[in-house]
Design a protein around this ligand. Sequence first.
Ligand code: HBI
Ligand code: FE
Length: 287
Amino acid sequence: MTQGNDLRGDYSHIEDDYTIAQDWQSYNEAEHDLWRKLYARQSAILPGYAADDYITNLSKLDAADGIPHFGRVSEQLFAATGWQLVAVPGLVPDDVFFDHLANRRFPVTVWLRTPEEMDYLVEPDIFHDFFGHVPMLYDPVFADYLAAYGAKGPEAIATGGLKNLARMYWYMVEFGLIMTDHGLRAYGAGMLSSQTETIYSVTDPTPNRVGFDLERVMATDYAIDDFQKTYFVLDSYDQLFDAMKTPLAPIYERLVSTPSINPETTLSTDRLYHVHGDSNRTIELGR
Ligand code: HBI
Ligand code: FE
């Protein structure tokens, strides 16, 4: 990550672990109002596109009526899966980020986007971090995966595997899809905090949808400023948790001497899912 005055947050009051006070009292009525708009607009499109457990858990957060208070949600979340929320000014260094996750603390950015940025930002804000990420922290298996993911950070940093490990966050935390009994659903925070990409990721025939494979994900490049060209599809969140039991160092070693996979391409070994547009959302599994 980059660090300093090219980021939007105020880093002047951070603790050693980059946390700050949320200072909930300082949000003004216009910000609460924008939050309510974002929440209402986004929650309205979730049925049929977002994973059922994401929708259920979002409603438990009781966050429709204004910018949520992290302390209140943390108590409830801690009781559910042992996770807590910590307030941060924005992006934090990789080692700090991994350490928070490994200790079941999810960093949530305190600032809210402007009314001109309703759909998608490159940097995380409170709407992305809270609305997108927090519901999945109530899922016990996903919650365990994310902590195990964080615990893999130091090894990746020490062995040159950071780029590969970060792709597991990008593709499987920010932009993950899951195949359910009712069809393909989105659970990734990146698409679920964006109205346009939520629907695109589940229905548009253009992007590749590839069955989850740890090394395939770790080998694949991504862009941060456009809809994804490839989404990876789970059958169950257990696959993520199980992947973190695999020794990762040998994968990093193999990948260091192999070119990254372009997200616009597929491999003969991929398990591909094909969708046929929104009107008839039939999905078939290709080769
Ligand atoms: N910091 N606040 C915040 N949020 C992130 O998602 C984040 C971060 N720092 C680093 C980072 N993500 C990524 O590089 C990790 O996926 C590895
Ligand atoms: Fe995110």
